[in-house]
Design a protein around this ligand. Sequence first.
Ligand code: AMP
Length: 539
Amino acid sequence: MTDLTIRPFFWRPTNLFPETRLLSRTRDGIVDTSYGEFGTRVRSLLAALADRDFGSGDRIGTFGWNHHRHLETYYAAPLSGAQLHTINVQLGDDDIVFIVEDAGDDILFVDPGEPFETIERLWSDLPVERVVVMDETAPETDIDAVAYEDLIAESDPITDEEMPDLEEDFPAGMCYTSGTTGRPKGVEYTHKMIYAHAMMVMTPAGLDISERDVVMPVVPMFHVNSWEFPYAATMAGATQVYPGPSPSAADLLELIEREGVTMTAGVPTVWIDLLEHVDEHGGDLSSLERVVVGGSAAPEEMMRRYEDEFDVTVEHAWGMTETMSIGSVSRPKARMDDVDRSQKYEKRRKQGLLSPGLEMRVVDDDGEDVAWDGEAAGELWVRGPSVITEYYNRPQANEDDFEGNWLKTGDIVTVDEDGYVEIVDRAKDVIKSGGEWISSIALENALMANPDVVEAAVIGVPHEKWQERPLATVVTAEESDSDEDQLRAHLEETLDQPDWWLPDEIRTVDRIPKTATGKFDKQGLRDELDVDDAETADR
Ligand code: AMP
Protein backbone atom coordinates (compact mmCIF):
# COMPACT_ATOMS: atom_id res chain seq x y z
CA MET A 1 0.00 0.00 0.00
CA THR A 2 1.29 3.47 -0.84
CA ASP A 3 0.84 6.53 1.35
CA LEU A 4 -1.97 8.98 0.60
CA THR A 5 -0.02 11.65 -1.25
CA ILE A 6 -0.80 13.89 -4.20
CA ARG A 7 1.41 11.86 -6.52
CA PRO A 8 -1.53 9.96 -8.11
CA PHE A 9 -3.22 13.35 -8.65
CA PHE A 10 -0.32 14.12 -10.96
CA TRP A 11 -0.07 10.65 -12.46
CA ARG A 12 -3.70 10.29 -13.55
CA PRO A 13 -4.29 13.33 -15.80
CA THR A 14 -0.80 13.28 -17.26
CA ASN A 15 -1.08 9.61 -18.23
CA LEU A 16 -4.79 9.16 -18.92
CA PHE A 17 -5.81 12.56 -20.29
CA PRO A 18 -2.64 14.02 -21.83
CA GLU A 19 -4.62 15.70 -24.63
CA THR A 20 -7.17 17.36 -22.36
CA ARG A 21 -6.85 21.11 -22.43
CA LEU A 22 -5.72 23.48 -19.74
CA LEU A 23 -6.43 27.11 -20.55
CA SER A 24 -4.99 30.04 -18.75
CA ARG A 25 -5.66 33.76 -19.10
CA THR A 26 -2.42 35.69 -18.66
CA ARG A 27 -1.39 39.30 -19.24
CA ASP A 28 -0.26 38.21 -22.70
CA GLY A 29 -3.47 36.47 -23.70
CA ILE A 30 -4.83 32.95 -23.38
CA VAL A 31 -2.28 30.17 -23.03
CA ASP A 32 -3.66 26.92 -24.43
CA THR A 33 -1.90 23.88 -23.05
CA SER A 34 -2.69 20.28 -22.06
CA TYR A 35 -2.17 17.85 -19.20
CA GLY A 36 0.62 16.26 -21.21
CA GLU A 37 2.48 19.56 -21.39
CA PHE A 38 1.63 20.31 -17.78
CA GLY A 39 3.28 17.01 -16.78
CA THR A 40 6.50 17.82 -18.63
CA ARG A 41 6.66 21.34 -17.24
CA VAL A 42 6.05 20.20 -13.65
CA ARG A 43 8.84 17.65 -14.05
CA SER A 44 11.17 20.41 -15.32
CA LEU A 45 10.26 22.63 -12.42
CA LEU A 46 10.92 19.71 -10.05
CA ALA A 47 14.38 19.35 -11.59
CA ALA A 48 15.04 23.09 -11.21
CA LEU A 49 13.95 22.96 -7.55
CA ALA A 50 16.15 19.93 -6.90
CA ASP A 51 19.13 21.71 -8.50
CA ARG A 52 18.64 24.46 -5.94
CA ASP A 53 18.30 21.96 -3.10
CA PHE A 54 14.64 22.70 -2.52
CA GLY A 55 12.67 19.87 -1.06
CA SER A 56 11.58 18.36 2.22
CA GLY A 57 11.48 20.93 5.02
CA ASP A 58 11.29 23.97 2.70
CA ARG A 59 8.39 26.36 2.19
CA ILE A 60 7.60 27.81 -1.21
CA GLY A 61 5.38 30.88 -0.96
CA THR A 62 3.22 31.86 -3.91
CA PHE A 63 1.76 35.32 -4.45
CA GLY A 64 -0.43 35.22 -7.50
CA TRP A 65 -3.71 34.65 -9.27
CA ASN A 66 -5.17 31.67 -11.10
CA HIS A 67 -3.10 30.53 -14.08
CA HIS A 68 -1.23 27.54 -15.46
CA ARG A 69 2.11 28.46 -13.87
CA HIS A 70 0.50 28.66 -10.47
CA LEU A 71 -1.14 25.28 -11.10
CA GLU A 72 2.24 23.79 -11.97
CA THR A 73 3.70 25.19 -8.75
CA TYR A 74 0.75 23.68 -6.84
CA TYR A 75 2.16 20.32 -7.94
CA ALA A 76 5.91 20.87 -8.13
CA ALA A 77 6.20 22.29 -4.60
CA PRO A 78 4.57 19.38 -2.72
CA LEU A 79 5.89 16.75 -5.16
CA SER A 80 9.40 18.02 -4.37
CA GLY A 81 8.68 17.36 -0.68
CA ALA A 82 8.38 21.10 0.05
CA GLN A 83 5.29 22.91 1.32
CA LEU A 84 3.24 25.22 -0.89
CA HIS A 85 2.25 28.36 0.99
CA THR A 86 -0.30 30.43 -0.91
CA ILE A 87 -0.38 34.11 0.12
CA ASN A 88 -3.36 36.40 -0.45
CA VAL A 89 -2.31 39.17 -2.86
CA GLN A 90 -5.07 41.43 -1.57
CA LEU A 91 -3.74 41.79 1.97
CA GLY A 92 -2.23 44.96 3.42
CA ASP A 93 1.58 45.31 3.57
CA ASP A 94 1.84 44.58 7.30
CA ASP A 95 -0.03 41.31 7.02
CA ILE A 96 2.00 40.20 4.00
CA VAL A 97 5.28 40.81 5.81
CA PHE A 98 3.95 39.12 8.94
CA ILE A 99 2.73 36.05 7.06
CA VAL A 100 5.93 35.52 5.06
CA GLU A 101 7.99 35.90 8.25
CA ASP A 102 5.74 33.73 10.37
CA ALA A 103 5.72 30.93 7.80
CA GLY A 104 9.46 31.32 7.16
CA ASP A 105 9.06 31.07 3.40
CA ASP A 106 12.34 30.28 1.66
CA ILE A 107 11.41 31.45 -1.83
CA LEU A 108 8.46 33.29 -3.36
CA PHE A 109 6.78 32.58 -6.70
CA VAL A 110 5.20 35.91 -7.64
CA ASP A 111 2.92 37.15 -10.42
CA PRO A 112 4.28 39.92 -12.65
CA GLY A 113 2.69 43.36 -12.38
CA GLU A 114 1.18 44.55 -9.11
CA PRO A 115 2.01 41.47 -7.00
CA PHE A 116 5.67 41.71 -8.03
CA GLU A 117 5.72 45.44 -7.33
CA THR A 118 4.34 44.78 -3.85
CA ILE A 119 7.06 42.23 -3.08
CA GLU A 120 9.73 44.50 -4.54
CA ARG A 121 8.52 47.37 -2.34
CA LEU A 122 8.51 45.18 0.79
CA TRP A 123 11.72 43.33 -0.08
CA SER A 124 13.94 44.73 2.68
CA ASP A 125 11.40 43.53 5.28
CA LEU A 126 11.02 40.05 3.84
CA PRO A 127 13.34 37.28 5.03
CA VAL A 128 13.25 35.55 1.64
CA GLU A 129 16.23 34.54 -0.47
CA ARG A 130 14.83 34.98 -3.93
CA VAL A 131 11.82 35.44 -6.14
CA VAL A 132 10.58 33.51 -9.15
CA VAL A 133 8.48 35.74 -11.38
CA MET A 134 5.67 33.62 -12.84
CA ASP A 135 6.16 34.97 -16.36
CA GLU A 136 8.25 34.65 -19.54
CA THR A 137 10.82 37.12 -18.27
CA ALA A 138 11.69 38.81 -14.98
CA PRO A 139 11.50 42.61 -14.83
CA GLU A 140 14.58 44.78 -14.32
CA THR A 141 15.00 44.84 -10.56
CA ASP A 142 17.55 45.05 -7.75
CA ILE A 143 16.11 42.05 -5.99
CA ASP A 144 17.17 38.48 -6.69
CA ALA A 145 14.55 37.51 -9.26
CA VAL A 146 14.49 34.84 -11.93
CA ALA A 147 11.84 34.22 -14.59
CA TYR A 148 9.69 31.11 -14.20
CA GLU A 149 10.09 30.21 -17.87
CA ASP A 150 13.88 30.33 -17.50
CA LEU A 151 13.63 27.79 -14.69
CA ILE A 152 11.48 25.53 -16.83
CA ALA A 153 13.80 25.89 -19.83
CA GLU A 154 17.04 25.24 -17.96
CA SER A 155 16.26 21.73 -16.68
CA ASP A 156 15.35 18.40 -18.24
CA PRO A 157 12.13 16.92 -16.85
CA ILE A 158 12.80 14.39 -14.09
CA THR A 159 11.59 10.81 -14.48
CA ASP A 160 9.24 8.91 -12.18
CA GLU A 161 12.25 7.17 -10.65
CA GLU A 162 13.85 10.51 -9.84
CA MET A 163 10.75 11.83 -8.07
CA PRO A 164 11.46 12.41 -4.38
CA ASP A 165 9.92 9.96 -1.90
CA LEU A 166 6.89 11.40 -0.15
CA GLU A 167 5.04 10.48 3.01
CA GLU A 168 1.41 11.22 3.68
CA ASP A 169 2.15 13.28 6.78
CA PHE A 170 4.52 15.63 4.96
CA PRO A 171 3.26 19.20 5.05
CA ALA A 172 2.05 19.92 1.51
CA GLY A 173 0.05 23.15 1.74
CA MET A 174 -0.43 26.21 3.91
CA CYS A 175 -2.81 29.13 3.94
CA TYR A 176 -3.35 31.92 6.47
CA THR A 177 -6.77 32.86 7.69
CA SER A 178 -7.77 36.10 9.27
CA GLY A 179 -7.72 36.13 13.07
CA THR A 180 -10.51 37.83 15.01
CA THR A 181 -7.90 39.40 17.21
CA GLY A 182 -4.28 39.76 16.38
CA ARG A 183 -2.51 38.46 13.35
CA PRO A 184 -3.66 35.95 10.72
CA LYS A 185 -3.30 32.32 11.70
CA GLY A 186 -1.48 29.70 9.64
CA VAL A 187 -3.33 26.57 8.59
CA GLU A 188 -1.26 23.64 7.33
CA TYR A 189 -2.33 20.80 5.08
CA THR A 190 -0.54 17.48 4.79
CA HIS A 191 -0.57 15.31 1.68
CA LYS A 192 -3.07 13.01 3.36
CA MET A 193 -5.44 15.90 4.12
CA ILE A 194 -5.35 17.10 0.51
CA TYR A 195 -5.90 13.54 -0.70
CA ALA A 196 -8.91 13.08 1.58
CA HIS A 197 -10.44 16.44 0.72
CA ALA A 198 -9.91 16.28 -3.05
CA MET A 199 -11.59 12.88 -3.10
CA MET A 200 -14.48 14.26 -1.06
CA VAL A 201 -14.85 17.22 -3.42
CA MET A 202 -14.77 15.03 -6.51
CA THR A 203 -17.62 12.73 -5.43
CA PRO A 204 -21.27 13.37 -6.37
CA ALA A 205 -21.96 14.18 -2.72
CA GLY A 206 -19.20 16.79 -2.96
CA LEU A 207 -19.06 18.79 -6.21
CA ASP A 208 -19.29 15.85 -8.60
CA ILE A 209 -16.39 16.75 -10.88
CA SER A 210 -15.67 14.52 -13.87
CA GLU A 211 -13.58 14.37 -16.99
CA ARG A 212 -16.58 15.71 -18.93
CA ASP A 213 -16.57 19.03 -17.07
CA VAL A 214 -15.00 22.23 -18.26
CA VAL A 215 -14.15 23.77 -14.92
CA MET A 216 -13.28 27.42 -14.33
CA PRO A 217 -12.10 27.98 -10.74
CA VAL A 218 -12.68 31.69 -10.07
CA VAL A 219 -12.07 31.48 -6.33
CA PRO A 220 -8.47 32.69 -6.11
CA MET A 221 -5.68 30.16 -5.78
CA PHE A 222 -4.52 32.13 -2.72
CA HIS A 223 -7.80 31.19 -0.97
CA VAL A 224 -7.81 27.68 0.50
CA ASN A 225 -6.37 25.91 -2.55
CA SER A 226 -9.00 27.54 -4.77
CA TRP A 227 -11.52 25.30 -3.00
CA GLU A 228 -9.48 22.25 -4.06
CA PHE A 229 -10.18 22.53 -7.80
CA PRO A 230 -6.46 22.44 -8.72
CA TYR A 231 -6.26 19.01 -7.10
CA ALA A 232 -9.78 17.59 -7.55
CA ALA A 233 -10.43 18.81 -11.12
CA THR A 234 -6.93 17.85 -12.23
CA MET A 235 -7.26 14.38 -10.71
CA ALA A 236 -10.64 14.05 -12.44
CA GLY A 237 -9.04 14.93 -15.77
CA ALA A 238 -11.49 17.79 -16.35
CA THR A 239 -10.74 20.51 -18.87
CA GLN A 240 -9.76 23.56 -16.83
CA VAL A 241 -9.89 27.26 -17.52
CA TYR A 242 -7.83 29.47 -15.19
CA PRO A 243 -9.09 33.06 -15.36
CA GLY A 244 -5.85 34.93 -14.58
CA PRO A 245 -5.20 38.18 -12.73
CA SER A 246 -8.20 40.07 -11.19
CA PRO A 247 -10.74 38.81 -13.73
CA SER A 248 -13.68 41.15 -14.36
CA ALA A 249 -17.21 39.98 -15.14
CA ALA A 250 -16.47 40.67 -18.82
CA ASP A 251 -13.34 38.50 -18.67
CA LEU A 252 -15.28 35.66 -17.06
CA LEU A 253 -18.09 35.88 -19.58
CA GLU A 254 -15.60 35.82 -22.45
CA LEU A 255 -13.97 32.68 -21.05
CA ILE A 256 -17.32 30.97 -20.47
CA GLU A 257 -18.44 31.73 -24.02
CA ARG A 258 -15.13 30.92 -25.67
CA GLU A 259 -14.28 27.72 -23.80
CA GLY A 260 -17.79 26.38 -23.11
CA VAL A 261 -17.30 26.36 -19.33
CA THR A 262 -19.75 23.96 -17.67
CA MET A 263 -18.87 24.52 -14.03
CA THR A 264 -17.39 27.41 -12.13
CA ALA A 265 -16.98 28.48 -8.51
CA GLY A 266 -16.52 31.60 -6.40
CA VAL A 267 -18.01 33.97 -3.82
CA PRO A 268 -21.49 35.49 -4.37
CA THR A 269 -20.13 38.92 -5.34
CA VAL A 270 -18.55 37.47 -8.48
CA TRP A 271 -21.82 35.90 -9.65
CA ILE A 272 -23.89 38.96 -8.82
CA ASP A 273 -21.44 41.00 -10.90
CA LEU A 274 -21.72 38.57 -13.79
CA LEU A 275 -25.52 38.81 -13.74
CA GLU A 276 -25.31 42.61 -13.79
CA HIS A 277 -22.88 42.48 -16.67
CA VAL A 278 -25.08 40.14 -18.70
CA ASP A 279 -28.13 42.33 -17.93
CA GLU A 280 -26.33 45.33 -19.32
CA HIS A 281 -24.35 43.91 -22.20
CA GLY A 282 -25.96 40.55 -22.96
CA GLY A 283 -24.02 37.29 -23.01
CA ASP A 284 -24.27 33.60 -23.66
CA LEU A 285 -24.26 31.40 -20.54
CA SER A 286 -25.73 28.40 -22.34
CA SER A 287 -22.72 26.12 -21.75
CA LEU A 288 -22.85 26.72 -18.01
CA GLU A 289 -24.52 23.98 -15.96
CA ARG A 290 -23.41 24.71 -12.40
CA VAL A 291 -22.05 27.57 -10.36
CA VAL A 292 -20.64 26.67 -6.93
CA VAL A 293 -21.22 29.58 -4.59
CA GLY A 294 -19.73 29.80 -1.11
CA GLY A 295 -17.59 31.84 1.23
CA SER A 296 -20.67 33.85 2.16
CA ALA A 297 -24.34 32.95 2.02
CA ALA A 298 -25.70 32.62 -1.52
CA PRO A 299 -28.61 35.08 -1.89
CA GLU A 300 -31.79 33.26 -2.91
CA GLU A 301 -32.70 35.91 -5.48
CA MET A 302 -29.41 35.33 -7.26
CA MET A 303 -29.89 31.55 -7.18
CA ARG A 304 -33.33 31.90 -8.69
CA ARG A 305 -32.16 34.21 -11.44
CA TYR A 306 -29.42 31.83 -12.58
CA GLU A 307 -31.89 28.99 -12.60
CA ASP A 308 -34.85 30.79 -14.19
CA GLU A 309 -33.07 32.87 -16.77
CA PHE A 310 -30.06 30.73 -17.66
CA ASP A 311 -30.93 27.19 -16.57
CA VAL A 312 -27.83 27.15 -14.35
CA THR A 313 -27.92 25.36 -10.99
CA VAL A 314 -26.36 27.24 -8.11
CA GLU A 315 -24.69 24.82 -5.69
CA HIS A 316 -24.50 26.54 -2.34
CA ALA A 317 -21.48 25.40 -0.35
CA TRP A 318 -19.95 26.19 3.02
CA GLY A 319 -16.38 25.80 4.14
CA MET A 320 -13.42 27.34 5.91
CA THR A 321 -9.67 27.58 5.52
CA GLU A 322 -9.55 25.24 8.52
CA THR A 323 -11.67 22.62 6.73
CA MET A 324 -9.68 22.96 3.48
CA SER A 325 -12.69 24.72 1.93
CA ILE A 326 -15.84 22.78 0.96
CA GLY A 327 -17.33 21.15 4.07
CA SER A 328 -20.99 21.10 3.09
CA VAL A 329 -23.14 21.50 0.01
CA SER A 330 -26.85 22.21 -0.05
CA ARG A 331 -28.94 20.09 -2.38
CA PRO A 332 -32.43 18.79 -1.75
CA LYS A 333 -32.44 15.07 -0.95
CA ALA A 334 -33.84 12.65 -3.54
CA ARG A 335 -37.03 12.19 -1.59
CA MET A 336 -37.74 15.89 -2.13
CA ASP A 337 -37.81 15.48 -5.90
CA ASP A 338 -41.55 16.04 -6.02
CA VAL A 339 -41.92 18.89 -3.52
CA ASP A 340 -42.51 22.37 -4.85
CA ARG A 341 -39.76 24.76 -5.76
CA SER A 342 -40.06 27.02 -2.75
CA GLN A 343 -39.60 24.05 -0.42
CA LYS A 344 -36.49 23.10 -2.32
CA TYR A 345 -35.16 26.64 -1.96
CA GLU A 346 -35.83 26.38 1.77
CA LYS A 347 -33.03 23.80 1.76
CA ARG A 348 -30.84 25.24 -0.96
CA ARG A 349 -30.36 28.61 0.65
CA LYS A 350 -29.05 26.86 3.78
CA GLN A 351 -25.41 25.85 4.05
CA GLY A 352 -26.51 22.26 3.60
CA LEU A 353 -25.46 18.71 4.29
CA LEU A 354 -22.04 17.93 5.68
CA SER A 355 -19.63 16.46 3.11
CA PRO A 356 -18.82 12.76 3.24
CA GLY A 357 -15.87 12.10 5.52
CA LEU A 358 -16.79 14.78 8.05
CA GLU A 359 -18.74 14.65 11.32
CA MET A 360 -20.36 17.53 13.14
CA ARG A 361 -21.76 18.56 16.50
CA VAL A 362 -23.73 21.69 17.26
CA VAL A 363 -22.97 22.78 20.79
CA ASP A 364 -24.73 25.41 22.93
CA ASP A 365 -23.20 27.71 25.56
CA ASP A 366 -23.53 24.98 28.21
CA GLY A 367 -21.60 22.51 26.09
CA GLU A 368 -24.74 20.52 25.27
CA ASP A 369 -25.61 19.27 21.79
CA VAL A 370 -28.65 21.13 20.47
CA ALA A 371 -31.72 19.45 18.99
CA TRP A 372 -31.96 19.13 15.22
CA ASP A 373 -35.21 21.05 15.02
CA GLY A 374 -34.24 24.00 12.82
CA GLU A 375 -34.70 26.28 15.85
CA ALA A 376 -32.10 25.59 18.53
CA ALA A 377 -28.81 27.31 17.72
CA GLY A 378 -25.29 26.45 18.77
CA GLU A 379 -21.73 26.56 17.53
CA LEU A 380 -20.87 24.22 14.69
CA TRP A 381 -18.02 21.86 15.53
CA VAL A 382 -16.58 19.66 12.79
CA ARG A 383 -13.91 17.00 12.50
CA GLY A 384 -12.53 14.77 9.80
CA PRO A 385 -9.39 13.87 7.89
CA SER A 386 -9.31 17.23 6.09
CA VAL A 387 -10.01 19.39 9.15
CA ILE A 388 -7.10 20.85 11.09
CA THR A 389 -6.66 20.13 14.78
CA GLU A 390 -4.28 23.02 15.45
CA TYR A 391 -2.99 26.29 13.98
CA TYR A 392 0.64 26.77 13.09
CA ASN A 393 2.46 28.34 15.98
CA ARG A 394 -0.59 29.68 17.88
CA PRO A 395 -0.85 28.11 21.36
CA GLN A 396 -3.65 30.42 22.55
CA ALA A 397 -5.85 29.88 19.49
CA ASN A 398 -5.16 26.17 19.77
CA GLU A 399 -6.54 26.18 23.28
CA ASP A 400 -9.58 28.30 22.36
CA ASP A 401 -10.61 26.93 18.97
CA PHE A 402 -10.35 23.16 19.37
CA GLU A 403 -11.78 20.54 21.69
CA GLY A 404 -9.82 17.34 21.14
CA ASN A 405 -9.99 16.78 17.39
CA TRP A 406 -13.11 18.94 16.99
CA LEU A 407 -12.68 22.32 15.31
CA LYS A 408 -14.94 24.99 16.81
CA THR A 409 -15.90 26.86 13.66
CA GLY A 410 -17.22 30.08 15.24
CA ASP A 411 -20.30 29.73 13.01
CA ILE A 412 -23.56 29.69 14.94
CA VAL A 413 -26.00 27.37 13.24
CA THR A 414 -29.25 25.50 13.45
CA VAL A 415 -29.77 22.03 12.01
CA ASP A 416 -33.18 20.99 10.73
CA GLU A 417 -34.80 17.56 11.02
CA ASP A 418 -33.24 16.56 7.69
CA GLY A 419 -29.72 17.43 8.81
CA TYR A 420 -29.37 20.68 6.83
CA VAL A 421 -27.11 23.21 8.54
CA GLU A 422 -28.03 26.89 8.43
CA ILE A 423 -25.71 29.64 9.63
CA VAL A 424 -27.68 32.10 11.74
CA ASP A 425 -24.87 34.10 13.32
CA ARG A 426 -21.13 34.33 13.67
CA ALA A 427 -19.38 34.06 17.04
CA LYS A 428 -16.20 35.52 15.55
CA ASP A 429 -16.13 39.28 15.38
CA VAL A 430 -15.12 39.74 11.76
CA ILE A 431 -16.75 41.07 8.62
CA LYS A 432 -16.67 39.25 5.30
CA SER A 433 -16.90 41.56 2.34
CA GLY A 434 -16.78 40.16 -1.17
CA GLY A 435 -15.16 37.00 0.17
CA GLU A 436 -12.38 38.82 2.04
CA TRP A 437 -12.14 39.35 5.78
CA ILE A 438 -12.09 42.72 7.51
CA SER A 439 -11.23 42.71 11.21
CA SER A 440 -13.73 44.80 13.20
CA ILE A 441 -11.29 44.87 16.09
CA ALA A 442 -8.45 46.25 13.96
CA LEU A 443 -10.78 49.03 12.75
CA GLU A 444 -11.95 49.75 16.30
CA ASN A 445 -8.37 49.93 17.58
CA ALA A 446 -7.36 52.27 14.77
CA LEU A 447 -10.34 54.54 15.46
CA MET A 448 -9.76 54.52 19.21
CA ALA A 449 -6.14 55.50 18.65
CA ASN A 450 -7.53 58.88 17.65
CA PRO A 451 -7.61 61.09 20.78
CA ASP A 452 -11.01 62.45 19.73
CA VAL A 453 -12.56 58.97 19.88
CA VAL A 454 -13.60 57.62 23.27
CA GLU A 455 -15.10 54.38 22.04
CA ALA A 456 -15.55 52.70 18.67
CA ALA A 457 -17.50 49.61 17.70
CA VAL A 458 -17.59 48.23 14.18
CA ILE A 459 -20.25 45.89 12.86
CA GLY A 460 -20.97 44.24 9.52
CA VAL A 461 -24.06 45.47 7.70
CA PRO A 462 -25.77 43.44 4.96
CA HIS A 463 -24.92 44.63 1.48
CA GLU A 464 -26.50 43.50 -1.76
CA LYS A 465 -23.28 43.12 -3.71
CA TRP A 466 -20.55 42.62 -1.10
CA GLN A 467 -22.72 40.61 1.34
CA GLU A 468 -21.35 42.67 4.22
CA ARG A 469 -19.73 46.06 4.65
CA PRO A 470 -18.31 47.62 7.82
CA LEU A 471 -20.25 50.32 9.67
CA ALA A 472 -18.34 52.10 12.43
CA THR A 473 -19.97 53.76 15.40
CA VAL A 474 -17.97 56.12 17.58
CA VAL A 475 -18.46 58.02 20.78
CA THR A 476 -16.39 61.17 20.48
CA ALA A 477 -14.81 63.18 23.31
CA GLU A 478 -16.94 66.02 24.59
CA GLU A 479 -14.61 68.74 23.41
CA SER A 480 -14.00 67.04 20.05
CA ASP A 481 -15.29 68.46 16.82
CA SER A 482 -13.97 65.62 14.61
CA ASP A 483 -16.42 64.78 11.89
CA GLU A 484 -16.78 61.71 9.72
CA ASP A 485 -14.38 62.99 7.06
CA GLN A 486 -11.66 63.65 9.61
CA LEU A 487 -12.08 60.24 11.18
CA ARG A 488 -11.98 58.63 7.75
CA ALA A 489 -8.79 60.53 6.95
CA HIS A 490 -7.35 59.33 10.26
CA LEU A 491 -8.13 55.73 9.32
CA GLU A 492 -6.67 56.16 5.86
CA GLU A 493 -3.47 57.46 7.41
CA THR A 494 -3.04 55.02 10.25
CA LEU A 495 -4.63 51.78 9.15
CA ASP A 496 -2.15 49.75 7.15
CA GLN A 497 -4.83 47.99 5.15
CA PRO A 498 -6.30 48.26 1.65
CA ASP A 499 -9.01 50.86 0.92
CA TRP A 500 -11.80 48.31 0.91
CA TRP A 501 -11.31 47.88 4.66
CA LEU A 502 -12.55 51.43 5.32
CA PRO A 503 -16.06 51.57 6.80
CA ASP A 504 -18.76 52.81 4.45
CA GLU A 505 -20.03 54.99 7.25
CA ILE A 506 -18.61 56.28 10.52
CA ARG A 507 -21.57 57.24 12.65
CA THR A 508 -21.29 59.27 15.83
CA VAL A 509 -23.50 57.90 18.61
CA ASP A 510 -24.11 58.90 22.24
CA ARG A 511 -23.23 55.52 23.67
CA ILE A 512 -22.37 52.00 22.60
CA PRO A 513 -24.34 49.28 24.41
CA LYS A 514 -22.28 46.92 26.60
CA THR A 515 -22.71 43.37 27.83
CA ALA A 516 -22.76 42.50 31.54
CA THR A 517 -19.01 41.91 31.35
CA GLY A 518 -18.41 45.35 29.85
CA LYS A 519 -17.72 44.22 26.27
CA PHE A 520 -19.35 45.93 23.33
CA ASP A 521 -22.75 44.37 22.83
CA LYS A 522 -22.64 44.09 19.06
CA GLN A 523 -26.03 42.43 18.79
CA GLY A 524 -27.52 45.18 21.00
CA LEU A 525 -25.88 47.74 18.74
CA ARG A 526 -27.26 46.07 15.64
CA ASP A 527 -30.74 46.10 17.18
CA GLU A 528 -30.46 49.75 18.20
CA LEU A 529 -29.30 50.80 14.75
CA ASP A 530 -31.78 48.45 13.11
CA VAL A 531 -29.21 47.48 10.51
CA ASP A 532 -29.85 43.80 9.92
CA ASP A 533 -32.27 44.44 7.12
CA ALA A 534 -30.75 47.70 5.99
CA GLU A 535 -28.34 47.99 3.13
CA THR A 536 -25.42 50.32 2.91
CA ALA A 537 -24.65 52.41 -0.11
CA ASP A 538 -22.28 50.99 -2.68
CA ARG A 539 -18.72 51.33 -1.53
P1 AMP B 1 -12.55 31.40 5.13
O1 AMP B 1 -11.70 30.67 6.10
O2 AMP B 1 -12.00 32.72 4.74
O3 AMP B 1 -12.89 30.54 3.96
O4 AMP B 1 -13.93 31.75 5.85
C1 AMP B 1 -14.74 30.75 6.43
C2 AMP B 1 -15.98 31.37 6.99
O5 AMP B 1 -16.74 32.01 5.95
C3 AMP B 1 -16.94 30.40 7.62
O6 AMP B 1 -16.59 30.05 8.93
C4 AMP B 1 -18.24 31.18 7.55
O7 AMP B 1 -18.32 32.13 8.59
C5 AMP B 1 -18.12 31.93 6.24
N1 AMP B 1 -18.78 31.16 5.17
C6 AMP B 1 -18.24 30.28 4.30
N2 AMP B 1 -19.16 29.78 3.45
C7 AMP B 1 -20.34 30.35 3.79
C8 AMP B 1 -21.68 30.24 3.31
N3 AMP B 1 -22.01 29.45 2.29
N4 AMP B 1 -22.64 30.98 3.94
C9 AMP B 1 -22.33 31.78 4.97
N5 AMP B 1 -21.09 31.95 5.46
C10 AMP B 1 -20.09 31.23 4.89
